[in-house]
Ligand binder design. Sequence first.
Ligand SMILES: O=C(O)CCC(=O)C(=O)O
Ligand SMILES: [Fe+2]
Length: 342
Amino acid sequence: MSKDKLLYLRLMKRTILDIPKLTWGFIVYFVKKTTPKSAHQSLINLFCLTGGLSNSVISAVISLIHRPYRDIQPKGVLGNFTENDLNKINQKLNEDGYYIFEQRLSDELCDQLLAYAYSEPAYIRGDRIKESRKEVYHPDSPLAVRYDYEERLLIENREVQQLITDPSIISVAQKYLNTKPVLDVIGMWWHTAYQKEPDSSAAQFFHFDMDRIKWLKFFIYLTDVGDENGPHAFVKGSHKNRGIPSHLRLQGYARLSDEEINLAYKREKVIHHTAKRGTVIAEDTRGLHKGQHVERGDRLVLQLQFSNHLFGAYYPKCKIHHFSDVAIKTISAYPRIYSNYT
Ligand SMILES: O=C(O)CCC(=O)C(=O)O
Ligand SMILES: [Fe+2]
């Protein structure tokens, strides 16, 4: 019997209990609104075993329970879409696992967010950072490979509130998730040329995410991203059921080397998203991805994630305290989308 098959059988034996654990986890979630850690681990194990079929089955059930909002006009920063446009974008997302929008964010919006990033202290992060603390990012003298802005503060920012309530963004997420989406990650970070080698805690090795059942991430570039500035990389099609070969999946939630990826996929499948600032990329990061190591300069990304359910990984909660006039109507009209923050 091959080594892979043996590993698979061993995993299958271990995962027999994951179905009841996951079911129990949903019952606990329903009562307490938090996911037991072991149930989240079962979600990951079942993903590794089934190649994603387990996520698809649960997602189909969620789609039946929370039907999509019907009155959102898909017009906003990504473009003024028709239903036909949305269907085409969704088709590309399903096929490739990512979509790069033609329309970019305005210079004004990028400048405002950039000004915030240059003035607000952010948590420095990296394999070499033993104790994280907040520092203002100075491009000439980076102190770490990564600077993370606090979600609790980002969410009060006017431009961020504009983006999280933007109908074109919400519509794309809702179409892909085929349910009322829930916004559950708002992040912004620099990757810098602080060190010569890729950093594992800055997500610079290939991996899949598995914090939720199904989700869509929007990567918003706020600086020009060329080959040397650490473009986001994605393996085209790897988000599909069994899109990750079993010998990679069976390693679990692991960081994978470029060699492993190059052996498993044709060269043209590994896409590096180089793009001008203001570019928005929607991506299903269930597929294999990473932030390429920065060789020169830096890269500032704002990220929004919409999921089909909050079941999954634990994140400390934060609430919106001040609603800008641009956001308040949308936030009260679509409560499920903002339920993680209200
Ligand atoms: O910084 C990047 O491009 C990768 C980040 C990442 O892995 C993620 O957001 O899930
Ligand atoms: Fe990731």
